[in-house]
Structure formats: C-alpha cells, structure tokens
Design a protein. Structure first.
Length: 148
C-alpha cells in the first residue's frame, strides 16, 4: 500500500512525466526545493498563486488548487520503523544521535525544542573523491519551554 495520497500520486506522476526537477520548480515558485517536495507529498500548504503556477507547470487541472491550498494532515508516516533505506537512515541517525543532539542543543539554548514550523532545510551535493556526500542543513527557531 502506498503512503501517498491520490493528489500526491497525481503531482509526482506529472512531475516525472514533464521531466522537471524540484530545483526547476524552485525557480518557478520561488520556494526552496525541499519545501516544494513537501508540498507534492502533502505536507505543506500552497498559496493560490503557488498552486496555480505549479498546476500550470505540470499541465494539471486547475481544480486541484483547492486541495493544494487546504491545510494538510502532517506527519503521516506509519509509527513503525521505516523500511525505505534512505528514510531509515534518518531514523537511524535519530536513534544514534537524537539524545546527544538534544543534550547539545539544550546545553547551548536551555530547556526547549527546535521548531519544525519556523524551519528551513537544504540538501546539497558535496563533491568528494572518496564518494559524493549528502549535506542536509536544518535550521529551526529555538522555542524555550515556559514556566508558569
């Protein structure tokens, strides 16, 4: 069973059919390629203008704009351990480094969390003679826990 909604399947199929990259859509929509990917996967909300541009670029029915501009249900991965190898590595990273990251962040900032709402993420390719590397940069606002 696919974890993708019918809308996501339609959008991703059209993207493949048109042969456009997320980076090309970034130029068109003036949004980061990771945010655009999250939109296609049903994890972000488009403005009416963004929906119109995206649907036109993918030659899709403008009627789909209503679905793209509606707030989605976020975090739809099953609670089980992911089996896709690439997604699993992020899960593994959090299993191995999650508590150390939490400790380091709270040592520097205090008791709180990194926002996933006021947040950006970039994916870069780093050339390396020993094998190209993936560089993921996450930047989230620190939100301290309140005392009352």
């Amino acid at each position: 069973m696919s974890p993708l909604t019918p809308l996501s399947q339609t959008l991703l199929s059209a993207k493949r059919r048109k042969g456009v990259s997320f980076a090309e859509l970034e130029t068109l929509l003036q949004r980061d390629e990771v945010w655009i990917a999250s939109l296609l996967y049903g994890q972000a909300t488009a403005s009416p203008e963004e929906a119109e541009k995206l649907l036109a670029a993918l030659d899709l029915d403008p009627e789909l704009a209503n679905e793209l501009t509606a707030p989605p249900v976020k975090g739809c991965l099953d609670p089980e351990v992911p089996t896709d190898p690439l997604i699993y590595r992020f899960y593994e990273i959090m299993q191995v480094y999650g508590l150390p990251l939490k400790d380091v962040i709270q040592e520097k900032f205090g008791d709180g969390i990194m926002s996933a709402i006021d947040f950006t993420m970039e994916v870069d390719k780093v050339e390396d003679p020993a094998g190209n590397r993936v560089k993921v940069t996450m930047c989230g606002k620190f939100l301290p826990y309140k005392k009352w």
